[in-house]
Each structure stands twice: as C-alpha cells, then as structure tokens.
Design a protein around this ligand. Sequence first.
Ligand SMILES: Cc1cc2nc3c(=O)[nH]c(=O)nc-3n(C[C@H](O)[C@H](O)[C@H](O)COP(=O)(O)O)c2cc1C
Length: 218
Amino acid sequence: MIDLLACARTRYAAKTYDPARKIPAPLIEQLRALARLSPSSVNSQPWHFVVASTDEGKARIAKATHGLHAYNAPKILNASHVFVLCTRHTLTDAHLDAVIEQEARDGRHPTEQARQVRRETMLKYADLHRYAHRDAQAWMEKQTYIALGVLLMGAAALDLDATPIEGFDNAVLDQELGLPEQGFTSTLVVPLGYHGADDFNTRLPKSRFPAEGLFTDI
Ligand SMILES: Cc1cc2nc3c(=O)[nH]c(=O)nc-3n(C[C@H](O)[C@H](O)[C@H](O)COP(=O)(O)O)c2cc1C
C-alpha cells in the first residue's frame, strides 16, 4: 500500500528540473487519469488540461513568465512535462447537460426520475453560484484547485517532482494557447519531472504550523 503520509512529507515544490530526465509514458498516463478522476462539486468537471511534452510546447507556456514571474520560466522549460490546468469561463447549461448525459452513459441514473432529480440538484447549486452569489468562475476555479491537489499527491506517489505555479500571466497564456475561443482560461501551471542537482529546496526542511492549534476537536 502507498504510504500517503510519507508522500506528503517528502514531496515539495521543485525549484529546478533536470532537463535530461523524462517521465516515462505510463506515468504520464497515470497523471492524466488522476486529473480526469478528480472530484468536483456536483461533478461539474469545469476543467481542461493542456499537456506540454515538447520543447516547443513548453516554450509557448514559458512566454507567460515575463517580468515578476521570470523566475518560473526555467522550471517550465526544463521540466519533463508541463500541465496547464484550465477552467471554464462560464458555467453554461450546455455544459451541465453534458455532465448529466455522461453520467447517464456511465449508468449513474437508474430511472428517468433519478436523472431529473439529479439534474435539479445540480442546477440548484449551479444557479446559487451563477445568480445568487455571482461567483461561478471563482467556484469553478476552486474545483480546478482540487485537481491540482490530486495531481500533486499523485506525482509524489509516483516518485515524480512537481511545482504548482500561480506565478504566470494568465492573459498571455490564454492567448498563446487559444483558450478563450475554447471557453477556457488558464488557472495553474504545473511542471513535472525530476528535480535538478542544484535544487536548493531539496535540502530545506518542510515548514508548516504545528498541529497544535490547527485542529479543533469537538
Ligand atoms: C497554488 C499554489 C501556487 C504556487 N505558485 C508558485 C510559483 O508560482 N512558483 C513557485 O516556485 N512556487 C509556487 N508555489 C509553491 C509554494 O510556495 C509551496 O507549495 C509552499 O511554499 C509549500 O512548500 P512545499 O510545496 O515545498 O511543501 C505555489 C504553491 C501553490 C499551492
């Protein structure tokens, strides 16, 4: 059995990558599967994943690391693969219907009535965020961050290094990848691979607030 706690203790945000080391294809397939299987509120799956494995693909992503974000460029350029986690722009009825249809194909609605109930529940939550809270985009981005967590723990379990990156210009990356035309925006960039020998972060201890005070038991 995988020791998940050991993975959580030893994983860290890699700061440099060894450009010579590539992630074997079967492990990339596992990472893709993990992203796909991530849970999301009402099973909304409001995401899309761009995976760069070529130097050209990574260079396109690195275009979004000018100025303040320049320190993130070498991670993107030298990693074996880079996942861009994208989020839908708008929570459309068409997308919600597609979720319901997929669930039906996957055998999750035993009766037509069950399907209707499921659809109504989903719409209630979607409408809460679309019309009452007016935070549908932020709500969808929260789901994408769940995929980030799954991907980071999955990478650790597969003995891969990874870096969660918010430090990039998402407007530049959106244009570069043609995301607006597809109804998406870039939320996170995640280089994956094997850390470089010069990665100072491998030698630093992990730092978190102590457990005391972190939990309230009731
Ligand atoms: C959402 C998110 C965005 C982050 N953005 C960056 C980034 O742009 N560049 C970077 O080097 N590290 C980035 N980090 C890494 C964090 O600094 C790191 O996860 C944190 O210090 C905890 O350390 P650990 O991941 O090594 O345990 C980010 C982490 C998260 C979760």
